[in-house]
Design a protein around this ligand. Structure first.
Ligand SMILES: [Fe+2]
Length: 265
């Protein structure tokens, strides 16, 4: 079974480069499951229902988000429009599972591929250098224990490499893949951990790389140089799609290969 995980889509440049490549990558690698992190797809801040629908139209099975999930108010009603046991598109847009209880949306989706393989996607968010939220490690323990599918993909949306590596080791042998998002910079440490979990600290952004993690570089530089606040705008230049391909045994969920991808225009 082949899984394609596309890293954080940032703004219109990110949406465009993913549109350009997603179809041929799915076809060439006989992809069975497509997960996309769309946390910054709407101008760098959140995701709208329309962008979510467009991503599903182009082949996504599940969308993950992150700390920017509440940036677009219209997403609240979209998330709330599908009940917990639904397979509908709004139910397949995830937000981190270890947010405070009772918020809109869900952190886990369990589905079946077109080929008939049960799978689950779980999103967690880190706490190091981020807003305080519930413990992602204990949340992972509780949620993974309740998932029946063998194939489990975890999107760990976190800032610190240490926390992400720790989550990889913590879940090794219990999930198919632990893939990091949020820093927007791909790391070169993709590997299969000893008990069969594919791991990469950060998949990298699908967005404009002539930028500072997606934002127009002059605006961020100005803030660093002066300390003055400013309005951030999504950059456009040098878009690349960053993704990872994970092959796994559908019967056991154990990963057999992981490959990093970075595709430009
Ligand atoms: Fe993020």
């Amino acid at each position: 079974m082949n899984i394609l995980f596309i890293g954080d889509i940032f703004g219109s440049a990110g949406r465009r480069i993913v549109r350009e490549h997603i179809g041929h990558v799915i076809a060439a690698h006989e992809v069975d499951l497509v997960v996309i992190n769309a946390a910054n797809a709407a101008g760098g801040f959140g995701v709208t229902p329309q962008i979510a629908e467009d991503s599903f139209d182009r082949g996504a099975d599940v969308l993950a988000t992150g700390n920017h999930v509440w940036d677009k108010r219209e997403l609240f009603d979209y998330l709330k429009s599908a009940p917990a046991d639904s397979q509908e598109r709004p139910r397949r847009v995830l937000r981190p599972a270890n947010f405070q209880p009772g918020l809109p949306g869900y952190g886990v989706y369990e589905g079946v591929t077109q080929g008939g393989v049960d799978y689950a996607v779980l999103q967690l968010q880190g706490r190091v250098f981020m807003t305080p939220i519930d413990d992602p490690f204990r949340a992972a323990d509780a949620l993974v224990a309740g998932i029946r599918a063998k194939v489990i993909v975890v999107d760990f949306h976190a800032e610190a490499t240490s926390e992400k590596v720790a989550m990889g080791w913590h879940l090794d042998g219990r999930v198919t893949a632990v893939l990091g998002t949020h820093t927007h910079i791909p790391t070169a440490d993709e590997r299969i951990l000893p008990r069969g979990t594919a791991y990469q600290t950060d998949v990298g952004m699908s967005g404009p790389y002539d930028s500072i993690i997606g934002v127009e570089k002059e605006l961020v530089l100005h803030k660093f140089l002066t300390g003055m606040p400013g309005k951030f705008e999504a950059a456009k230049g040098n878009p690349k799609m960053c993704a990872v391909l994970v092959a796994c045994d559908a019967a056991t969920g154990r990963a057999t290969a992981i490959q990093r991808i970075m595709l430009g225009e």
